[in-house]
Design a protein around this ligand. Structure first.
Ligand code: URA
Length: 238
């Protein structure tokens, strides 16, 4: 539930009028709260609970659309609540940004890029398979996959009754007896990257998403986030 705000401020935030003009409207009896005309200045209303009308027409706060890119740490769930009481990713956003939800999911032990927004349309667009948004991951895997296995992953493998779409896979670097791999896929099946490397006999030891399309995490530290501007949002679809 939102916190109470003064009626004239509410009217101004709805984009109807300045606060001064709003006071005139209140004085003229043109504003009602839950069907009752109010003429007193300074009456408080609770956005989302009280119904405010102007000349009988409902007025609502313009919701500011916000977009954050978070570097998700391990141990956070990407659901909006958790029956087991584990911390949820949205709790990492310290500003009062209203109701946010994550775009897509990352496993509890996966780190990296996660977009949080209140823009349902954009979230749907990013996740809809028809847009085929690339998601890039860095996966530390056990051992080092040979060329033939890498090519197999790139062509597609039969996973739970369905072929995976073509992927781009490469070795980033060797790490002792293991290898850091980069993989780009545009599907978003549950635990897909782990299952793909598991299938070729190189289980994932650590997983991090590094980019959505051409929007990459960059230098964002683990647990940190930043707001995205429109040109950065466009990069998702490149
Ligand atoms: N693939 C996985 O296996 N896990 C994730 O969290 C994301 C993609």
């Amino acid at each position: 539930m939102s916190t109470p705000i003064r009626l004239q401020k509410y009217i101004a935030q709805c984009g109807i009028a300045s606060r001064r003009k709003a006071e005139e409207f209140i004085g003229a009896g043109r504003i009602a709260i839950d069907g009752v005309i109010v003429r007193e200045m300074g009456t408080s209303v609770i956005p989302g609970k009280n119904k405010i009308t102007f000349d009988g027409k409902l007025i609502k706060l313009e919701e500011q659309l916000v977009y954050y890119l978070l570097n998700k740490p391990k141990g956070y769930v990407t659901t909006l609540s958790d029956p087991q009481g584990r911390p949820i990713v949205t709790s990492l956003i310290k500003e009062d940004a209203g109701r946010l939800f994550p775009v897509g999911r990352l496993d509890l032990d996966t780190e990296g890029a996660l977009i949080l927004t209140n823009d349902g349309k954009l979230a749907q667009k990013i996740q809809h398979p028809s847009h085929g948004i690339d998601k890039t991951y860095e996966a530390l895997v056990k051992g080092c996959p040979k060329k033939d296995k890498i090519e197999l992953l790139e062509r597609g493998i039969y996973l739970e009754g369905k072929m995976t779409s073509p992927a781009v896979v490469s070795v980033v670097t060797k790490a002792g007896t293991n290898c850091l791999m980069q993989i780009t896929i545009h599907e978003g099946r549950k635990r897909q990257v782990k299952k793909m490397f598991g299938f070729i006999g190189h289980p994932v030891l650590h997983l991090k998403r590094t980019a959505y399309g051409k929007l990459s995490l960059g230098r964002l530290a683990l647990g940190d986030y930043r707001q995205l501007n429109p040109s950065e949002l466009n990069k998702i679809f490149l």
